[in-house]
Design a protein around this ligand. Structure first.
Ligand code: FES
Length: 105
């Protein structure tokens, strides 16, 4: 089973998930990474769920059009929308808050 490592606010959360898992769907039913994952629409419209992929990015499918629209240049920095990812392998993600603020601000 895929192991998900989720980082936020200096904390590290780790759990196994079933293959083909969507982390926003899981959080919606109060399973890991609830309550740590920030999200809102679950449909690729708000970018609240944006995460930087620290490991495992090479095994993800290419970004879909919603991710391209929401993330723009941040795609090149390794960001993806968690609500648009179905996890099938080990992955490490980081959610930085707030995403809108430039690094170091
Ligand atoms: S939760 Fe809104 S874009 Fe993912």
């Amino acid at each position: 089973m895929p192991v998900v490592v989720f980082r936020r606010n200096g904390e590290v959360y780790r759990d196994e998930v079933k293959e083909n898992t969507n982390l926003v769907v899981r959080a919606g039913i109060k399973q890991f990474p609830y309550p740590h994952l920030r999200y809102e629409c679950g449909m690729g419209k708000c970018a609240r769920c944006a995460c930087r992929v620290l490991a495992g990015a090479e095994r993800l499918p290419p970004p879909n059009w919603k991710e391209k629209k929401q993330l723009g240049e941040r795609l090149g920095e390794g960001y993806r929308l968690a609500c648009q990812l179905w996890i099938e392998h080990d992955i490490e993600l980081e959610q930085i808050e707030p995403l809108e603020q430039p690094a170091g601000a």
